[in-house]
Write a protein that binds this ligand. Structure first.
Ligand code: DO4
Ligand code: MG
Length: 280
C-alpha cells in the first residue's frame, strides 16, 4: 500500500515507514501507467528521491487535492439512506419517484462533479451557495480509475450539496452539485487494496467547540459494486488521464440540519485517513 500526498510544488510518497519526497512524479503518468504499482516503485528505487521524516506527513499539513487532469465524477443514490433522504426532500416537487427508480435500476446515476483544478484539498475551505438555504457535506469513498478503466486506488471525497436546490427540482442537480468550493478530495491517494466490506466511513461536523452532527456507515451498505460503477462511467467515454469516481453517500443528516459558515467537517475512512475542511 502506497500513499501519495500532493504538496505545494511536489509529491510525497509513503510506503509504511518509508517516506520520500520525489521529483518528476506526475499523477497523470500514474493514471496512464499499465502498472501503477511499478510506476510508484520506480521512485522508491531512485537515488533522486529524498527520504523524509514520519512527522512530515502530519495531519495538520494542508495537502493539495491529489488531482491533475483527472475529471471527478460522482455516483448517486447508491445507499438506502441517500434514497430515503432524497425522496423526502423532493416529495413536494413530485421528484421523489425518480430516486426510488434509480436505486433499483440497472443503470446507476452518475454525474460530473469537478475538474481537478477546482477540487479543494485537505484543510482548504469548502463553500455553500449563497442562494441555497439547506446545505450538507456528503462523505464518499472515492475510486481512482486509470485510463484503461481499472480501479487501482482510493481516496476520500466530499460531495458538498445544496439540498434545497436539488429538492426543488431534480433537473437542478448540476447547480446543487457543481459550484465554487463544492468538491474536496484527499488527504492522499492510496494505491493498493486497503478496503474490506467492514471498512467504516464516518463524519463529524463541529461548530465552535460542539459536535453538531456525526454519523457513520460501512462499505458493505453500498448497493452497487465498485466495478459496476467504474464500468458505467467508462461506457462510451474516454478518460485519457483517468478519473476519480465518488461512490455516493450513505450518511445524510436529518432534515433539520444545515451547514453554516465556520463549520469544521472531518470525514474519516479507515485506511485512507481524515479529510478535513472548514466551510468558508
Ligand atoms: O441524486 C442526487 C445526488 C445523489 C448523491 O450525490 C449521493 O447519493 O451521494
Ligand atoms: Mg453524493
Amino acid at each position: 500500500m502506497i500513499k501519495i500526498y500532493r504538496d505545494q510544488d511536489d509529491y510525497v510518497l509513503q510506503n509504511f515507514n518509508r517516506i520520500i519526497r520525489v521529483q518528476g512524479f506526475s499523477l497523470d503518468a500514474l493514471f496512464q501507467a499499465n502498472n501503477p504499482a511499478d510506476y510508484l516503485t520506480s521512485f522508491f528505487d531512485s537515488t533522486d528521491s529524498k527520504p523524509i521524516q514520519q512527522q512530515s506527513v502530519c495531519e495538520r499539513h494542508p495537502w493539495k487535492a491529489p488531482v491533475e487532469n483527472q475529471e471527478i465524477w460522482a455516483a448517486g443514490v447508491t445507499y438506502m439512506r441517500s434514497k430515503s433522504a432524497r425522496m423526502e426532500e423532493s416529495e413536494q416537487s413530485g421528484g421523489d419517484h425518480f430516486y426510488d427508480l434509480v436505486y433499483e435500476a440497472e443503470r446507476p446515476e452518475l454525474f460530473f462533479k469537478s475538474t481537478g483544478s477546482r477540487a479543494r484539498g485537505h484543510l482548504a475551505p469548502v463553500c455553500i451557495r449563497k442562494d441555497s438555504a439547506w446545505n450538507v457535506p456528503e462523505p464518499e469513498l472515492t475510486l481512482a480509475i486509470n485510463s484503461a478503466g481499472q480501479i487501482f486506488g482510493y481516496t476520500i471525497g466530499n460531495d458538498m450539496s445544496s439540498r434545497s436546490i436539488e429538492g426543488e427540482n431534480p433537473l437542478y442537480l448540476p447547480q446543487a452539485k457543481i459550484y465554487r468550493g463544492s468538491c474536496a478530495i484527499g488527504p492522499c491517494l492510496v494505491v493498493g487494496n486497503v478496503l474490506t466490506p467492514d471498512t467504516k466511513i464516518s463524519i463529524m461536523i463541529s461548530r465552535l467547540a460542539n459536535v453538531v452532527f456525526q454519523g457513520d456507515t460501512s462499505v458493505s451498505q453500498l448497493k452497487r459494486t465498485f466495478h459496476e460503477l467504474a464500468d458505467y462511467l467508462f461506457r462510451e467515454n474516454e478518460f485519457p488521464c483517468g478519473a476519480y469516481l465518488m461512490t455516493g453517500t450513505g450518511i445524510v443528516p436529518d432534515s433539520g440540519f444545515t451547514l453554516q459558515s465556520g463549520d469544521r467537517i472531518q470525514i474519516q475512512i479507515e485506511g485512507l485517513g481524515v479529510l478535513e475542511n472548514e466551510v468558508e
